[in-house]
Design a binder for this molecule. Sequence first.
Ligand SMILES: [Zn+2]
Length: 123
Amino acid sequence: MERATEEAGIGFRRWYERQLIESHAWFVTCVLCLIAAFACLEQMTASAPPAYLLVLGLLVFAAGALAFYGARRYRAIMTEAERLADRSVCEACNGYGHFRVPRLSAGAPFEARCRCGNRWRIE
Ligand SMILES: [Zn+2]
């Protein structure tokens, strides 16, 4: 069962590439939402109609919340990628990323198995 789960994963290098793409997509989302939030804040003046101010306030809140979530996702994904990257070199053959990353929740330990047959635990 454990072997089947391990085989169902993807190679470390591909996994790492996907993590970087996803995390930076979240980072760009965060930056764009911050720009949108500040643009809305700039439009809020005392002479504006209350309904307009309400809509702007909701947009600021939504953009701020999405920016906050995006920053958290960016940090979480990068932390997980760094956790695995720190242990991605096989001590037996010195190969980089020659193992598969199982589909599991972030932060969970698993056993890496190199092409050369060496096994080590990534925690
Ligand atoms: Zn190896």
